[in-house]
Write a protein of this length. Structure first.
Ligand SMILES: C[S@@+](CC[C@H](N)C(=O)[O-])C[C@H]1O[C@@H](n2cnc3c(N)ncnc32)[C@H](O)[C@@H]1O
Length: 252
């Protein structure tokens, strides 16, 4: 079963404890710090649109993209319900076909960890470079090696809710820094019986050095920050990269 196909149905319930308001504020603080007020933002891996809708409500013009049709459907339904005029597009960030220029590209909450192949990560960075205006800002986070190795690691997590349960079984390979996890979902249906769904997800713990080397040629790295917007420390679970597009030979 494809990643996020069934998970999309309960994603927002499970992410309820995540501080999307803080994440949104952090994006805005970073824009302010670098004195950019992007007229158009493209979000990669927008999922169910939790950041997209918040930024839109703060006055930004934003387009959400994701590889999962099901996640986009949830995002779109939520936007329609609230009368928000946001476009959501099915796009693989490793192979973007979006061809309009934007002032900022963002990817928040692990989208980049889902790019497990370094060549594909380079391709993603190239895609972002191509669609950014000169001086445009690429802002993304990653879950850190510390988190994938020590917090998620080889652990099993499970929880019961009123109408669904999940078992999240992780396997982290220290050599490859690949995290594979099996997510087993039990969803209560209208007949009061539980249906079981299994999704297999793969993420990679990119190191800071790897990200720097992938960005290096085309971007000036302005900041690497933790969630408190300070210099990252050893036990940080999430860090942001803030990178500005360098000019090409034509100064664009
Ligand atoms: C943990 S979710 C985060 C969703 C959303 N950004 C949020 O903050 O809730 C990761 C998202 O990345 C998307 N994703 C994974 N690989 C992708 C790819 N190659 N291109 C675009 N989106 C991708 C998944 O479909 C999923 O919606």
């Amino acid at each position: 079963m494809e990643q996020y196909s069934t998970f999309s149905e309960i994603y927002d319930y499970l992410m309820d404890t995540k501080d999307y308001d803080l994440w949104t504020e952090n994006i805005i603080k970073i824009y302010n710090k670098y004195e950019i007020s992007p007229r158009k933002i493209l979000e990669l891996g927008c999922g169910t649109g939790n950041i997209t809708t918040r930024l839109y409500k703060k006055g930004f013009s934003i387009i959400g993209t994701d590889i999962s049709r099901e996640m986009l459907k949830v995002a779109n339904d939520k936007a329609l319900e609230e009368n928000l005029r946001i476009r959501f597009l099915l796009q693989d960030m490793t192979n973007l076909t979006f061809n309009k220029k934007v002032d900022s590209v963002i990817s928040i909450c692990d989208g980049i960890n889902y790019i497990t192949d370094i060549e594909k990560l380079k391709k993603t960075v190239n895609n972002v470079y191509e669609i950014l205006n000169y001086n445009g800002l690429f802002l993304f986070d990653i879950s850190t090696l510390y988190k994938l190795k020590n917090v998620i690691g080889n652990n099993i997590f499970h929880e019961n809710f009123e109408d669904f349960s999940y078992v999240w079984d992780n396997e982290f390979n220290i050599e490859t820094r690949i995290l594979k996890f099996e997510l087993t979902l039990f969803l209560l249906d209208e007949d009061n019986t539980y249906e079981r769904f299994i999704e297999n997800h793969v993420q990679r713990a990119h190191t800071v050095e790897e990200i720097i080397s992938v960005l290096d040629e085309k971007f000036e790295i302005l900041d690497i920050l933790n969630e408190s917007l300070n210099k990252p420390e050893e036990n940080d679970e999430r860090i942001y990269f803030v990178a500005r597009k360098k000019g090409d030979n034509n100064g664009k």
